[in-house]
Design a protein around this ligand. Structure first.
Ligand code: FMN
Length: 443
């Protein structure tokens, strides 16, 4: 049987292009209107996508004057989408640095119940430096400390989700027994960062626990992914680096003693699609003309942790020395590796670099017809690049509509994508095993 694509829709702003919010073909809804999120999620469900995904960043900066963001808190949005859709998986971002594990475990267990088993958690350590200021810290937690804390966080939340056996709720009106308390156990965790007694105060959910998604691609991030992730999102601008990443993650997963098919790799793909190549190029040009390079400069600075880039001229070729060494970056380390990689390879001017980053912030870019997009996905599946895609439409819902109406049927005709949902949970769409918890023995 042919390898089939898994497709996730990454919903951001009115599309991933920095200027999408201004384009006449982007959604007319306010970015705080739930109808917008419902509409695009229902369209993705009509297209039989595996899942949708919402990112989350924990501070706001001055760039908001000239660019729009996704504003609603993702866990809250998923609760609404869970009751306005029936099959598609729903993934929310939540931070291991700025959340209590007990809170997060009960929120995601509740969402998994509400959605009948369609929830995923994008595990982030929050790279944005000024997020710390909103949580009582004056300085950002360092890159390595964030991952160390995240490791203990995983031990705690996994313990909490496992603290109820699958069959602990008896709910027997005749005998008067509601729950088998022998099968609901405390976790008694005492670690460096957390002290949590447990058990969780929410019964075990349909998937046992949410599907674990991870999107950190630095060396430390990859190791974390190999231990925990069931799906990995990644930003890659070149086929070759994407192939290397795929091979590396699969081998790290194997070295952790895990089945490589239980960790899907879904690189971002941001296609501008038109019925003809020239129509696609026209949309790309319109978006570019609407962008403001100074917004890009500010965003770029924050990727590196707020470094001053104001002295760089827009039109002189850049060199890697214009940026801090990614190894020393405490913010979005792997993305700075991607950015410095472009500078090394292509020696762009700042204006050219910012134009590349404006479309999808360092993810794979493509401009072409539905047929050409399908060819690209087919090539990725067959040539060791990916297990599917994280679709990042530069313009929403315009590019999503074309993808669902025109790219999906081509993939289906080629046997590369499902023609109906077979299962009802996100685990079943992704082909992941459900962690069962039959009988807990008391410690
Ligand atoms: C598709 C994608 C989505 C991401 N979403 C978020 C997010 O919502 N919030 C966040 O703080 N970081 C997000 N990140 C960033 C990563 O989680 C990670 O923090 C970043 O890549 C830096 O870690 P690293 O140096 O290990 O790569 C995302 C990354 C990717 C590729």
């Amino acid at each position: 049987m042919k390898k089939q694509a898994h497709i996730n829709l990454f919903i951001a702003s009115r599309g991933h292009h920095e200027a999408s919010w201004r384009h006449p073909d982007s959604s007319p809804y306010a970015l705080t209107d739930i109808e917008y999120y419902k509409g695009v999620t229902q369209k993705a469900e009509q297209g039989l996508f595996d899942s949708i995904f919402l990112a989350d960043h924990l501070s706001v900066r001055g760039e908001v004057r000239r660019t729009a963001r996704t504003w609603l808190e993702p866990i809250t949005v998923l609760a609404s989408l869970a009751v306005s859709t029936s099959r598609i998986g729903l993934i929310a971002t939540a931070s291991t640095t700025y959340t209590e594990p007990f809170n997060l475990a009960r929120q995601f267990a509740s969402l998994d119940h509400i959605s009948n088993g369609r929830i995923g958690w994008n595990i982030v350590t929050s790279w944005l430096a000024d997020a710390a200021l909103n949580y009582g810290d004056t300085r950002q937690v360092s890159h390595s400390d964030r991952y160390e804390r995240a490791e203990e966080f995983m031990t705690v939340v996994n313990g909490l989700w496992d603290s109820w056996a699958d069959d602990a709720v008896i709910d027997d009106r005749n005998s008067g027994i509601y729950a088998d308390y022998e099968n609901i156990n405390p976790i008694d965790h005492h670690g460096e960062f957390y002290d949590v007694r447990g058990p969780l105060n929410v019964p075990r959910s349909p998937q046992g626990r949410p599907v674990f998604v991870q999107a950190g691609s630095s060396e430390t991030g990859r190791r974390f992914a190999s231990r925990h992730a069931e799906a990995v999102f990644t930003a890659q601008m070149e086929k070759k680096t994407a192939q290397d990443f795929y091979k590396n993650i699969k081998s790290l997963v194997q070295s952790e003693g895990r089945d490589i098919n239980q960790t899907l790799i879904l690189p971002g793909l941001s296609p501008v699609i038109g019925s003809t190549e020239s129509e696609a190029k026209k949309i790309a040009r319109e978006l570019d003309d609407l962008s403001d390079p100074e917004v890009g400069r500010e965003r770029l600075s924050h990727r590196f942790g707020g470094v001053d880039l104001s002295h760089l001229s827009m039109d002189d070729p850049l060199s890697p020395e214009d940026f801090p060494d990614p190894e020393t970056v405490q913010a979005a380390r792997s993305r700075t590796e991607v950015i410095v990689g472009i500078v090394k390879r292509e020696k762009p001017t700042l204006r050219q670099l910012l134009s590349k980053l404006a479309t999808a912030r360092g993810h794979f870019l493509f401009t072409g017809t539905p047929e050409q997009v399908a060819d690209l996905i087919q090539d990725w599946l067959n040539d060791g690049v990916s297990d599917g895609i994280n679709l990042m439409p530069p313009l929403l819902p315009h590019v999503l509509d074309i993808f669902v109406d025109e790219v999906v049927p081509i993939l289906q005709k080629r046997g590369l994508f499902r023609t109906s949902y077979e299962g009802t949970t996100l685990r079943s769409h992704y082909g992941l095993v459900r962690p069962n918890k039959k009988k807990i023995t008391n410690v």
